[in-house]
Design a protein around this ligand. Structure first.
Ligand SMILES: NC(=O)C1=CN([C@@H]2O[C@H](COP(=O)(O)OP(=O)(O)OC[C@H]3O[C@@H](n4cnc5c(N)ncnc54)[C@H](OP(=O)(O)O)[C@@H]3O)[C@@H](O)[C@H]2O)[C@@H](O)CC1
Ligand SMILES: Nc1ncnc2c1ncn2[C@@H]1O[C@H](COP(=O)(O)OP(=O)(O)O)[C@@H](O)[C@H]1O
Ligand SMILES: [K+]
Length: 507
């Protein structure tokens, strides 16, 4: 039986919506599935009581109430408070307007105790109190609600997860509903299959609710849940990331600057460019935000390796490649730097660095960002045109190299060797030079926001594509890579939670 974690479920749910499947439809399908299973398992039950929490789990409960009422059952509802989430609230309001359904609100243990006769009245009790959104120790009146449901003789039908059970581990921290039947959605939550959970789960039924398989592969708003953009009130410089960019040469000075500027715009505290002198001085001339460390000579060479390796110690992420060129000792220097850092320092390798890394094994947090040509140089394989085949090829090479590979193109394919994500944002306007450098800066920045490099790369591709779309909405096929930079903050803020947490929360 396929399993899913509550976080993966949250992501699939939000990304299904990104694909065009409204979350209200998912909730309707979920609640209807609960009703259908109750009618099937308890055909003679005529009195149904639903106990609904204030989240979407409660929302599913309200949908089930509507369907069972429509099927001629006598239905009552105990609401543990007014739902806050829009979807649950809409279904709560719909149920309250049904004069044939009695609704009582109980926000305290006392009010629940006054409703004990309702629990005794029921032939079946729907447990729609807590699902995958359970956090921490049980609060009231949820704890009492679980207690009273367990005391009542009627069989309990749990919505998605028996309330009180940890959906990912199956642990019961305080108490949980002992259900006769659990109707879970889309895929079994991992915790439901834990041996210790059996006495709470009862019979397990997995019901599809209309989430397309692409929702677990496409990159969308849900993936931002893997990144932390919040900041403590007492933050200090460097807390939110230091990125070192090793790039540039006599010919190319813009590429490393685009990487650094993108990283800053995405939300790191410091972005430093270590580049051969001509590129370093050009970088300094480009503006006050970029710090440039000049490396003697016209291009990266072996004599710079020690300096860069020690410089890298002071950074969280190193991005290497943009604008380096492939002349002279540069490839040897790239290989030497890579071997010293991979597995010890989160790395993004892009552009000319990739040509030097063919045959190298990666370790730890390492992300490669090739376009098709660089992928061939890196692996010797021309990426196939079909998306399915491309996914398989990227997954295989990511696995054999031991790195996350983000293969850029109309659809970006990202894999860490086991999981795969496909990014569908972007526009043909982005074939202009430098958009890959902006992407590298985004990957480097997001590696300071999560420990999951696959998700850092996936969200970077998503943001880069949307920034390109926004720039092209104004300038059409006349955008430059620099036009993406100013779009980055707005795109991120559309999807990321950027809270300021009180300093006292320093646990
Ligand atoms: N694909 C999908 O994801 C789909 C999901 N669907 C359904 O949504 C469910 C997830 O919904 P969800 O995220 O709103 O969380 P949910 O389980 O309702 O709990 C949140 C509420 O509980 C409360 N609360 C939390 N911890 C508590 C505690 N310890 N003690 C006491 N209270 C506690 C919390 O209160 P707060 O912390 O906000 O004060 C909040 O009000 C999922 O299980 C499935 O049934 C379907 O619609 C189909 C599509
Ligand atoms: N035809 C396209 N449609 C949509 N997005 C594209 C297209 N071509 C490139 N992109 C996007 O532009 C960015 C840079 O890709 P690419 O041009 O291949 O890299 P580079 O700039 O390194 O050559 C990536 O985010 C990619 O998704
Ligand atoms: K539940």
């Amino acid at each position: 039986m396929e399993v899913i974690t509550s976080l993966e479920m949250y992501v699939a749910d939000r990304n299904a919506e990104w694909l065009g499947v409204p979350r209200l439809v998912l909730m309707e399908n979920a609640g209807a599935a609960v009703a259908r299973n109750i009618l099937k398992k308890y055909p003679h039950a005529s009195r149904v009581l639903a106990v609904c929490g204030t989240g979407d789990n409660g929302g599913d409960g309200y949908v089930a109430v509507r369907h069972l009422h429509a099927a001629g059952k006598e239905v009552r509802v105990i609401a543990l408070g007014e739902p806050r989430e829009e979807l649950a609230a809409r279904n709560y309001q719909a149920v309250k307007r049904l004069w044939g359904v009695e609704v009582a609100v109980a926000q305290s243990p006392l009010e629940l105790l006054a409703l004990q006769d309702w629990l005794m009245w029921a032939d079946v009790i729907i447990d729609a109190v807590l699902g995958t959104g359970i956090r921490g120790a049980l609060r009231e009146p949820h704890a009492t609600a679980i207690e009273l449901m367990n005391i009542a003789p009627a069989p309990k039908v749990a919505v998605d997860v028996p309330s009180g059970l940890d959906p990912d581990t199956g642990e019961v921290r305080d108490k949980a509903v002992k259900a006769a039947l659990t109707v879970t959605f889309h895929k079994a939550k991992k915790g439901l299959l834990a041996p210790s959970a059996a006495r709470y789960v009862g019979e397990l039924v997995v019901e599809p609710i209309g989430i397309p398989p692409e929702a677990e592969v496409v990159v969308g708003p849900g993936d931002f849940a893997y990144l932390n953009f919040s900041r403590r009130a007492d933050s200090k410089k460097g807390d939110h990331g230091r990125v070192l960019v090793v790039g540039g040469s006599l010919e190319y000075s813009g590429a490393p600057v685009l990487v650094a500027k993108a990283a800053l715009r995405a939300g790191v505290d410091l972005a430093v460019v270590a580049a051969p002198e001509p590129a370093a001085y050009a970088a300094k001339a480009m503006g006050p935000d970029i710090i440039a460390v000049p490396l003697e000579g016209p291009r990266l060479s072996l004599k710079h390796v020690d300096r860069i390796a020690s410089l890298a110690e002071r950074f969280d992420v190193v991005a290497i490649g943009p604008g380096l060129g492939t002349e002279g000792e540069t490839p040897d220097a790239v290989r030497e730097i890579f071997r010293r850092l991979t597995g010890r320092k989160p790395l993004v390798a892009d552009a000319d660095a990739l040509k030097a890394l063919r045959g190298e094994k990666a370790a730890g947090i390492t992300v490669y960002t090739p376009h098709a040509g660089e992928f061939k140089a890196l692996t010797g394989v021309d990426p196939p045109h079909g998306l399915r085949e491309r996914v398989e090829v990227v997954r295989q090479h990511a696995s054999s190299i031991g790195a996350v590979i983000l293969l850029k193109g109309r659809y970006d394919v990202i894999s860490d060797g086991s999981r795969v994500k496909v990014n569908t944002t972007g526009t043909p306007a982005m074939t202009v030079g430098g958009t890959g450098d902006v992407l590298t800066g985004l990957v480097a920045s997001f590696l300071t926001k999560t420990t999951n490099p696959l998700e850092a790369a996936a969200v970077a591709a998503f943001v880069n594509g949307l920034a390109g779309e926004e720039a092209a909405a104004q300038l059409g096929f006349h955008i430059t890579a620099s036009d993406l930079l100013d779009k980055i903050p707005g795109v991120i803020r559309k999807f990321a939670r950027e809270d300021v947490t009180p300093a006292s929360s320093r646990a």
